[in-house]
Design a binder for this molecule. Structure first.
Ligand code: ASP
Ligand code: MG
Length: 426
């Protein structure tokens, strides 16, 4: 008998039918003799709808009230799921984030979990009940106010529960079958991975993969939680995300023990490129520019500086599209003190990344990427690397074609088209 934490995303509990399907799955796990704790997301697009509704009331809702509002979405699904389980003859009890002992800091809308005290959950489990917890929310000890964990926060709720209860596994259910070598909606020949290291998963999530939220993966990595990402709609095994020193619970017998060099290819159309043109090529200019960018609150991703031949140079960097306007304004206001010649805004870029822990020990991994792009006549505008990732910026309208060619070049293509192309991964 194991303790299993399961998380069901919004697309899995989108309507009454979905909630009943989830209830059956939860009961199947219970019937197999396990203790089950379930974290649920809000039904379908509820969170987006609540955000819109607030926007119709006021352009600047108070953050405290926003968290009150948004936390209600998950409470609807937790109660309905408990009712569905009751109607199938099993004991279930739902708990809000605060009741479940999710204690966070005080940042409304982006709270961090500081401690989990799941006493009431343990009691309910001891009494034989299935435990349901509203995802995405907690309470701050100082203010005694409800907080939410940021978009996609139910993944983090599930992982934090798994850590606090010392669960055997944290199963994250969505409408896709697991982690793929690429987004199957972009690359139909993408293959499901049996396992991926948490290090690779962090890079995949940070560079466009949407199946798991990065904060949940970080939390799991820090607390040694085993994640199993799988589909609500099939009983197939999904993908295990393994932290350091963790073994695949299915074992690796009969399988090729050699890890693949590349785990996956991701695409990201959410960034914009800003070029600061004609920057004097003297010490301190980059520092001043990026201090201004940081003050504007933008997260810079890639940076390149061109070689200077005339005493001036161009510095380009990427930021989330949604941050571009404030960055341009902040830099524009400082043009005289920074003494650059102009600003160029380009929101038609795409970023392609190749992720794999094997890069550390294999040479020639980047050459495969550059050759594939060159053979396809695709121009590279920026390059950045980490120990386990290579990213390039290209024209956005060439991104999909590029990703398919690169996926093929690394030998990642499967034999058949993935059957899950319709899923959103949430
Ligand atoms: N309902 C929240 C959202 O849509 C949290 C979640 O789904 O994990 O972001
Ligand atoms: Mg959601």
């Amino acid at each position: 008998m194991a303790l299993i934490v399961q998380k069901y995303g919004g697309s899995s509990v989108a309507d009454a039918e979905g909630i009943k399907r989830v209830a059956k799955r939860v009961i199947d796990t219970r019937r197999a003799g396990h203790d089950v704790v379930v974290a649920v997301s809000a039904m379908g697009d509820t969170t987006d709808e609540l955000l819109e509704l607030a926007g119709e009331i006021t352009p600047i809702p108070a953050p405290r009230e926003m968290d009150m509002l948004l936390s209600s979405g998950e409470r609807i699904s937790m109660a309905l799921l408990a009712m569905a389980i009751h109607s199938m003859g099993f004991d279930a009890r739902s708990f809000t984030g605060p009741q479940a002992g999710m204690r966070t800091d005080s940042r409304y809308g982006a709270a961090r979990i500081v401690e989990v005290t799941p006493d009431r959950l343990r009691e309910a489990l001891d009494e034989g009940a299935i435990v349901i917890v509203a995802g995405f929310q907690g309470i701050n000890d100082d203010t005694q106010d409800i907080t939410t964990l940021g978009r996609g926060g139910s993944d983090t709720t599930a992982v934090a529960l798994a850590a606090a209860l010392d669960a055997d596994v944290c199963e994250i259910y969505s409408d896709v079958e697991g982690i793929f070598t690429a987004d199957p909606r972009v690359i139909p020949l993408a293959r499901k991975l049996d396992r991926v290291s948490s290090e690779e998963m962090l890079e995949l999530a940070a560079n466009g993969a949407k199946v798991l939220y990065i904060r949940a993966v970080e939390y799991a990595r820090r607390h040694g939680v085993l994640i199993h990402a799988r589909s609500t709609f099939t009983s197939n095994e999904g993908t295990y995300v393994l932290g350091e020193g963790m073994a695949d619970p299915r074992g690796t017998e009969g399988e090729d023990m050699e890890e693949p060099i590349v785990a996956g290819v991701t695409t990201d159309l959410s960034q914009a490129k800003i070029t600061v043109a004609g920057v004097p090529d003297v010490p301190g200019k980059a520092a001043e520019i990026f201090k201004t960018v940081a003050k504007a609150g933008a997260n810079v991703d890639m940076i390149v500086q061109n070689a200077a031949s005339t005493g001036r140079t161009d510095i380009s960097f990427t930021v989330p599209k949604s941050d571009a306007a404030v960055v341009l304004k902040a830099l524009g206001a400082e043009q005289e003190t920074l003494s650059f010649e102009g600003l160029v805004h380009d929101d038609q870029i795409g970023k392609l990344s190749v992720v794999g822990a094997g890069m550390r020990t294999h040479s020639g991994v980047s050459a495969i990427l550059f050759e594939a792009l060159s053979a396809a006549g695709i121009n590279i505008e920026m390059i950045s690397t980490s120990e386990v990732r290579i990213s390039v910026v290209l024209r956005g309208d060439e991104l999909i074609d590029a990703a398919r060619k690169v996926h093929t070049a690394y030998g990642l293509d499967g034999d058949i088209e993935a059957v899950v192309a319709a899923g959103t991964g949430r």
